[in-house]
Design a protein around this ligand. Structure first.
Ligand code: OAD
Length: 249
């Protein structure tokens, strides 16, 4: 960490990108996908999170999404999410959050302009014309249908086999390519193209994850602990090294 803080001390300003995955929300009570207690340990992704699965059995897919939506609607951001907001408030830091999460917890914590690579679980999208709206409440019937045209609604998330929104992906790639510091937080770094973004950073990188990932060897620093414990310390260290906020100086 000293090496990173030396770099920060020598900087006038800092461009940071936080690339986050399910691990940052784990301590809020949102299950991760892989690893112990991961959703994909007990559920088959191909039966629940693919366009084919939705075509064959929209009711099954929606039951699962409704369960997750209801669970996520009750949880709160944790100190990991909030530390990213603290960093972004520093006048000489520009911080962008690029997330694979669909839970809105970064936005609830106060992060602006979050790039949601895999969409948002509270978005309901008409399968006929693609129009969408956000609804945090449970759907009234499963599977839900469009009030305007009666077609099936689908969750506004990216399923396996589907392309990511191109403008979001290219904006994320551009931000990472210009970052002085990349924080890769709570992602198994195995799902592409999101995982590939981590390799684009020309600056320093820190991985925060309680387990090893394919990105670990490429990171300048690996912090093997929970995001909610590591991130407040990282944020405080960076803010102190950069000289507190302008108001403190
Ligand atoms: P994963 O579930 O694949 O990985 C979660 C990562 O977080 C693992 O590497 C854990 O070691 C780590 N982790 C768990 N608890 C943590 C904690 N408290 N603090 C820090 N790290 C912790 O989640 P993602 O990498 O986000 O996609 O998964 C990527 C994509 O695969 C998801 O967006 C989803 C999934 O299938 C789609 O549904 C398209």
């Amino acid at each position: 960490m000293e090496h990173i803080l030396d770099f920060v001390r020598g900087s006038d300003s800092l461009k940071i990108v936080a690339l986050t995955g399910a691990g940052i929300s784990a301590e809020s009570g949102v299950p991760t996908f892989r690893g112990e207690d991961g959703l994909w340990e007990t559920h088959r992704a191909e039966e629940l999170a693919t366009p084919e699965a939705f075509e064959v059995n929209p009711t099954l897919v929606w039951r699962w999404y409704d369960w997750r939506r209801n669970l996520i609607a009750t949880v709160e951001p944790n100190p990991g999410h909030r530390s990213l907001v603290d960093l972004a408030r520093h006048p000489r830091i520009s911080l962008n959050v690029v997330t694979q999460n669909v839970d809105s917890l970064h936005q609830l914590a106060g992060s602006d302009d979050v790039i949601e690579l895999h969409g948002n679980i509270f978005e309901l999208r008409c399968t006929r014309d693609g129009t969408s709206r956000l609804q945090r409440e449970s759907v009234k019937k499963v599977p839900p249908t469009c009030e305007d045209c009666g077609a099936l609604l689908r969750p506004g998330v990216v399923w396996f086999g589907e392309a990511l929104d191109n403008s979001r992906l290219s904006r994320a790639a551009e931000l990472v390519s210009e970052a002085d510091l990349l924080l890769v937080i709570g992602t198994s770094a195995v799902v592409y193209p999101a995982a590939g973004l981590a390799t684009l950073c020309p600056g320093l990188s820190i991985e925060v994850n309680n387990a090893a990932t394919p990105f670990s060897n490429a990171a300048d620093l690996v912090i093997r602990s929970k995001a909610s414990e590591a991130l407040p310390a990282i944020a405080a260290g960076i803010i102190t090294a950069l000289g507190g906020s302008d108001a403190d100086r």
